[in-house]
Ligand binder design. Structure first.
Ligand SMILES: *Cc1c(COP(=O)(O)O)cnc(C)c1O
Length: 457
């Protein structure tokens, strides 16, 4: 069945691309806990959610039953402009590591936004246009999501308002200009444009912002305007659903050559790329058809899986969003200012949190200097300049391959290479100049934020 030799890049034909997203929740015995209304403590209804989110996306958010959800033709047509993304055999990396392991990576950086985020952005913009909305609002941290959403909104003729975490807004002027090129308006957050922004500025003068603050501002901006809804680029069930296109393509490409991965590795910020990559494989594991190891890799400075609590928490700093049950460091947690590697959200996808809690996946954390070391090593042998976020997965994949060298085990490793790092050269510069430090929060710090979790259930 296996065709030899396996090419460097395995592409699918256009007619082999997925026509439906895979909803892993359908195969979970323990479903992810529902979003709760912070005012009543009751599960959010579709009507309540529809005040903030697009109607069809709410339906997807609440759908725990349908295994396959058809991808509308217009979204598939857009996907065809930059997908299928290549599944690459890392022959050079294997050789340099002198490992018997076979390493594959699914590369999502081949589009202008430079990451996997476009897969969900285009879907969310499509449903907003279908609903006849004027526009959408969102937050962005490092800027990849804002860029992806700007591209998607330009394509469907929607207005796009982006609240960008102030520190990134100042450090990454080029990201901002890319968004404006696609017609988005970009506001540094916390701003003086919203009630919640003004309140945060008054309480923390001179703050450089956080994702949690920017989310609160974007939600307020959407709900206080006629014809607008808020969209989010990670964490939510619907985003994992859209990102399943990554895993479906990867699995179809591997199946073509009869390749079965032993371990699947992904970086985890809010969990969308990892959730998307592993979904179809996790489905097999949940249905008892095949076993795989799944590994989430997070920064040691923002360790939600490995050191967080599995509890209901606010998704944002301003506490305007519903409560989600997830592994969280507390909505007031902000990673240390010297943290440069992205993945700085305090919480984690409810779906992945439940799977982790139930023992279906593992998680590890890595310090940022080790991440940049892996990034540079990878760039020098595989050619691609990886995003710092993606490099968390590279670090873990390299470590796994080195273990194979020591044990002689011929494992097949698959990891998600979520994007490129061209806008992260300030972080690379810090690393090259020896100015990057590893900061790991103490137990006392984490306990302080954990004590501020809302008391629910
Ligand atoms: C946003 C982003 C991530 C982290 O987000 P997830 O939702 O955890 O996938 C990882 N890599 C890149 C390149 C990103 O832009």
């Amino acid at each position: 069945m296996a065709k030899e030799p396996i090419p460097y890049k395995i592409y699918l034909e256009e007619n082999e691309m997925p026509t439906a997203w895979y909803n892993v929740r359908a195969d979970m015995k323990n479903k992810p806990a529902p979003l709760l209304n912070p005012a009543t403590g009751k599960p959010m209804t579709a009507d309540e959610l529809s005040a903030v989110f697009c109607r069809e996306l709410v339906a997807q958010e609440l759908n725990n039953d349908d295994r396959l959800i058809p991808i509308p033709t217009e979204i598939r047509d857009f996907y065809k402009m930059y997908r299928p993304s290549p599944l690459v055999r890392a022959y050079c990396l294997e050789k340099k590591l002198n490992t018997p392991a076979k390493i594959y990576y699914k590369f999502e950086g081949n589009n202008t936004s430079g990451s996997h985020k476009l897969n969900s952005a285009i879907a969310q913009a499509y449903y907003a246009r279908e609903q006849g909305l004027k526009g959408v609002t969102t937050e962005t941290g490092a800027g990849q999501w804002g860029t992806a959403l700007s591209m998607a909104c330009a394509y469907f003729g929607l207005d796009c308002k982006v609240y960008m975490v102030k520190v990134s807004y100042e450090q990454k002027p080029f990201r901002r200009e890319v968004m404006r090129t696609y017609g988005a308006s970009v506001t540094p957050s916390p701003s003086m444009e919203t009630n919640v922004g003004r309140a945060i500025n008054a309480q923390f003068p001179g703050t450089t912002g956080s994702l949690g603050c920017a989310i609160s501002e974007a939600v307020e901006a959407a709900t206080s305007r006629e014809g607008y809804r808020y969209v989010l680029g990670s964490v939510l069930n619907q985003v994992l659903l859209h990102q399943s296109v990554i895993g479906l393509e990867a699995k179809a490409a591997l199946d073509k050559y009869g390749i079965v991965p032993d371990v699947i590795i992904g970086c985890a910020g809010g969990g969308s790329n990892l959730g998307g990559l592993i979904s179809p494989f996790m489905g097999e594991k949940l249905r008892g058809e095949r076993d795989y190891r799944f590994v989430a890799v997070e920064p040691a400075s923002c360790p939600s899986f490995t050191r967080g609590k599995f509890a209901y928490d606010f998704c944002d700093t301003g506490k305007v969003c519903p409560l989600a049950k997830m592994y969280t460091l507390g909505s007031n947690f902000i990673p240390a200012p010297n943290h440069a590697g992205g993945l700085r959200y305090h919480g984690m996808s409810s779906t992945l949190s439940q799977l982790y809690h139930d023992g279906y996946m593992e998680a590890i954390s890595v310090p940022q200097t080790a991440v940049f070391e892996a990034a540079e090593y990878f760039a020098r042998c595989e050619g691609i300049l990886p995003a710092p976020e993606s490099s968390h997965a590279i670090r873990a994949a390299i470590d796994e391959a080195v273990k194979c060298r020591e044990t002689g085990k011929e494992e097949t490793i698959l990891f998600g290479l979520t994007g490129t790092g061209y806008f992260d050269m300030v972080a690379y510069e810090k690393y090259h100049d020896g100015k990057m430090e590893d900061y790991v929060p103490t137990d006392e710090e984490l306990a302080k934020y954990a004590a501020e979790l809302p008391k629910i259930g």
